[in-house]
Design a protein around this ligand. Structure first.
Ligand code: SF4
Length: 442
């Protein structure tokens, strides 16, 4: 995506003075293109060339920072259209909207309680939006103050009234909320308000064309801490716009080189949840909903987890001894890898069989049993070390461990290294209930 050496060379002073440490300007350009040198090493680059090179070498989608403290988040820096090409960098910020006409404290407290455990990880929403439905600037500022006092989530301030945004920013500006929105009519004043606090500003168009034109006007005012709203609200149009913006941004069309926001709000919470899921899949940086009910939020967060998981980095659980159903000293000791799916399958089928057990997860960098075996990470040595280091055999009154059926070939050497009886379990965890019945509890 970056510039080629020759493109950079055209912008250099061509003095060949060697002060940058390179024999020629061309050699220096090649180093820059490879990311191995900094433009600062050449004292003769003109300001115009520096600006051109800086903006040309900027990432296709800007990195935007939102909020302060432990729940601060980042959006943007995306480099691909499809996850399998590399990965998606920053998960969609799922945002729940609160009206300044409702009991803000009660709804924010409800939002705070939306905490879900999925594949051993905690998942939550990302932001709280406060909407100025009352049309009253001081009521809006009060609502923002209440929201800020009752949640650690970053805020999204929604009002087209610049005075209301200014009042809200006086309350919350230091915590870098997102300002929504600069449009054709108010953009100069909105830019000034957001700039004062370096708060990310949403630029809202009526369609893609007007959006691009407005972003250029805003950028000309010297503000690039931006998020984009194409103005579309109909589901299929939002998806089209989101996809176009991402495509164009990756082709380095600079007005679209920012994260996006999509509003999924719908009177029917099921429709809202579906819309939000669609926008999370394609390519919203922020998605806004009204419902704070767990049954409407869980599907969105589950989909977000799936879409934003790095395909090159499996989800891992901690390497440790997991205790299933309060096991006693006669409970079986099951060995598996710390690939989360391996662990959850073994744990689920053990629990389903109502069999108290110890599950030991060997650290295989989160890869599954057979792959880890092929990669030399699930071996008699790693199994023996893990069993010893975690002290699992101190918890039981027997000397048996059970290894997955797929790696039966490891049993002899593992027995030799551990001094334990190594029982070969079923090839699939679904076979555990009958295995326990026939081979453990007979
Ligand atoms: Fe060229 Fe600048 Fe290096 Fe001199 S310092 S050789 S002008 S790139």
């Amino acid at each position: 995506m970056g510039l080629t050496g020759l493109e950079i060379f055209k912008q250099l002073p061509k003095k060949n003075c060697k002060e940058c440490g390179q024999p020629t300007c061309l050699a220096f350009a090649m180093q820059l293109a490879a990311g191995k040198a900094s433009l600062d090493a050449c004292p003769y680059v003109s300001d115009a060339a520096r600006e051109a090179l800086d903006s040309a070498s900027a990432p296709p989608i800007a990195l935007i920072k939102i909020g302060a403290g432990e729940k601060a988040l980042e959006l943007g820096n995306e480099t691909v259209l499809f996850r399998h090409e590399k990965r998606f960098e920053h998960p969609t910020a799922v945002t729940i909207q609160v009206s300044d006409n409702e009991d803000v404290k009660a709804k924010v407290e409800k939002i705070n309680k939306l905490v879900f455990e999925l594949v051993g990880q905690i998942h939550q929403v990302s932001m709280v939006a406060v909407a100025n439905d009352s049309g009253d600037a001081s009521k809006f500022a009060d609502a923002v103050k209440t929201a800020q006092e009752n949640t650690a989530y970053p805020l999204l301030l929604i009002s087209s009234d610049v005075a209301a945004i200014e009042a809200a920013l006086e309350v919350a500006g230091a915590n870098k909320p997102v300002v929504y929105a600069a449009d054709e009519n108010n953009y100069e004043a909105m830019v000034n308000a957001a700039k004062k606090y370096d708060a990310p500003l949403v630029v809202k168009g009526n369609d893609l064309e007007s959006l691009a034109a407005l972003v250029e006007k805003v950028a000309a005012l010297g503000y690039k801490n931006l998020i984009l709203d194409s103005g579309a609200r109909e589901t299929s149009k939002v998806l089209q716009d989101q996809t176009q913006i991402r495509r164009q941004a990756l082709k380095l069309f600079r007005p679209f080189g920012y994260p996006t926001i999509a509003f999924a709000n719908n009177a029917d919470p099921i429709v809202e949840s579906l819309n939000a899921s669609a926008f999370t899949a394609k390519y919203a940086g922020i998605v806004v909903v009204n419902s704070a009910e767990p049954q409407h939020i869980l599907p969105i967060l589950t989909l977000r987890l799936n879409v934003y998981t790095d395909p090159q980095k499996p989800i891992a659980v901690e390497s440790k001894v997991y205790e299933i159903l309060n096991p006693g000293p006669d409970a079986p000791v099951l060995i598996t890898t710390n690939f989360s799916l391996s662990y959850f399958c073994v744990a689920g089928d053990t629990e389903g069989a109502r069999q108290p057990a110890y599950i030991v997860t060997v650290d295989t960098d989160g890869i599954s049993v057979l792959t880890a075996w092929a990669a030399g990470k699930f071996t008699p040595e790693t199994i023996a070390d893990t069993v010893k280091n975690l002290g699992v055999m101190d918890k039981v009154n027997h000397k048996k461990i059970i290894i997955p059926g797929g790696v039966a070939v490891l049993s002899g050497k593992t027995a030799e290294l551990t001094g334990l009886e190594v029982i070969v379990g079923p090839g699939e965890s679904a076979g555990l209930p009958s295995f326990f019945k026939k081979q453990w509890n007979q």
